[in-house]
Design a protein around this ligand. Structure first.
Ligand SMILES: Cc1ncc(COP(=O)(O)O)c(C=O)c1O
Length: 442
């Protein structure tokens, strides 16, 4: 009734969610288009995992192994198990015990299976946490700046308040976190979540040292917020310095842990896990956060594909709940790529080739898929097109990942899906482009 009345009186309505406009241009779409337009260009743009290691042909074997295990463990008929997998199912997931075993073995995180949710990737996990915990008016989510667009872009279109805090060689600026919290407190607002990617951050490739992880936990106690820890790259460690996830040292249950399996296995599996072992005070009663998240999930994606969950658990069963052996070759390959990339950068962007006050520098990521290049030049979108067309190499301007101003003199290179040959050619081309920028600046 009111719906019709509103149309009849000729009010102006937004044709779409107005917040969608806040996203501005679709920068990732722009990069995809550039890659399609210049197929001969070497692309360091996207952090896609290498398809060679997907092992997708084993999909059915893993599924069947999971079914067999369920038949034996549950003393059920095979048909009943298979039928159950085809049904609507628990919002929290059906492989939580297997994932708990994996988390304990590979990541030293002890989690009760009931505190775990199996989600449709980290993307859904981020949405569920915000939808469950955050008030759009009062609450603020601190994010690293620059950061993964999955969190920032979701928050923008869903109307959540974000506060950027600079991320550097040692992860998020902890003094900046504290100052931001105090600033919002003075305005009567609450920082409820601090989203961090402590391991081989996307986009910078930087990691948070152990000492900073502990201080962030202390801040969470002091200022009463949750750390939203996103781990998508933890196992891609190349220097043997393995830091425990913050969740593994989270005595006071301050961390909501997001574990993506998109890079660990393959993105099409669309699987991630949330570990949420917190209790929330609701109307004087303690309620498990995992139950509230499950309630939200019931009205967003209902449940995560049980078929994909079964495949993942089938692999975990075969591997005795550790993915280290499955990923050994892949990690060694990526480590080699990082080494080749660093060697090519040292060769083609050597300090002797650029004036001392115009030097090109880069970080040395201890793992992951990304590296940051610092240049003395402003790098625009037009530069990306020019570089792809004339120099046949594609990179991502770091500014694409900033919420605030920044990154206009930095590039992100992803080395996860390029060959040794492409790395050498690509970096020599990038060097030629940067020499062009140098000449143009004079
Ligand atoms: C920081 C970070 N988190 C999560 C993901 C993966 O998300 P999903 O599990 O939704 O594929 C990525 C992929 O690029 C990422 O960089």
């Amino acid at each position: 009734m009111s719906y019709n009345a509103a149309i009849n009186i000729g009010q102006d309505f937004n044709a779409i969610n107005p917040l969608l406009k806040e996203l501005g241009e679709d920068v990732m779409g722009f990069l995809n288009e550039i890659q399609l337009r210049y197929p001969a260009a070497v692309s360091f743009a996207s952090g896609r995992p290498n398809e060679q290691y997907f092992g997708l042909e084993e999909f059915a074997d893993h599924f069947n192994r999971f079914v067999e295990e369920e038949v034996v463990a549950g003393k059920k008929e095979r048909q009943a198990v298979i039928g159950g997998l085809g049904q609507y199912n628990r919002a929290k997931g059906v492989i939580n015990a297997a994932v708990a075993k994996y988390l304990e073995q590979d990541e030293q995180i002890k989690a009760n299976p009931e505190d775990i949710l199996i989600t449709v990737g980290t993307q859904e996990a981020v949405a569920l946490v915000a939808l469950t915990l955050c008030d759009r008016e009062q609450d603020v989510i601190i994010v690293e700046d620059p950061t993964y667009v999955g969190i920032t872009h979701f928050s923008i279109i869903a109307g959540y308040q974000l506060a950027p805090v600079q991320v550097g060689e040692n992860g998020i600026d902890l003094d900046g976190v504290e100052k931001t919290i105090i600033r919002y407190r003075e305005q009567g607002r609450k920082v409820k979540l601090v989203y961090v990617i402590p391991d081989y951050q996307n986009p910078t490739g930087n990691s948070m040292p152990g000492e900073n992880r502990r201080r962030l936990l202390q801040l969470a106690d002091q200022y009463d917020f949750y750390i939203l820890e996103d781990n998508a790259y933890g196992e891609f460690n190349y220097d043997g310095v393995e830091l425990l996830p913050i969740k593994a040292i989270d005595i006071n249950k301050r961390v909501i842990y997001l574990r993506s399996f998109a890079k660990t296995l393959y993105p099409a599996l669309r699987l991630a896990a949330i570990v949420a072992d917190q209790q929330i005070e609701l109307d004087g009663k303690a309620t498990a956060l995992s139950d509230l998240l499950a309630k939200t999930k019931g009205y967003t994606t209902v449940n995560t594909s049980t078929i994909n969950q079964a495949v993942f658990a089938g692999l975990l069963i075969r591997e005795n709940y550790s993915l280290k052996a499955v990923n050994r070759e892949k990690v060694a390959d990526l480590k080699q790529k990082r080494t080749q990339l660093l060697a090519a950068l040292s060769e083609y962007l050597h300090p002797d080739l650029f004036p001392a006050d115009q030097a090109i520098t880069w970080n040395i990521p201890g793992g992951g898929f990304f590296i940051t290049i610092h240049t003395p030049f402003h790098i625009t979108k037009e530069d990306v097109i020019h570089c792809a067309e004339k120099y046949q190499v594609i990179f991502t301007p770091m500014s694409f990942f900033y919420l605030g101003e920044g990154g206009d003199k930095e590039l992100r290179l992803a080395f996860s899906n390029v060959s040794a040959e492409q790395i050498k050619t690509g970096i020599s081309r990038l060097a030629a482009f940067l020499q062009f920028k140098l000449q143009a600046a004079h």
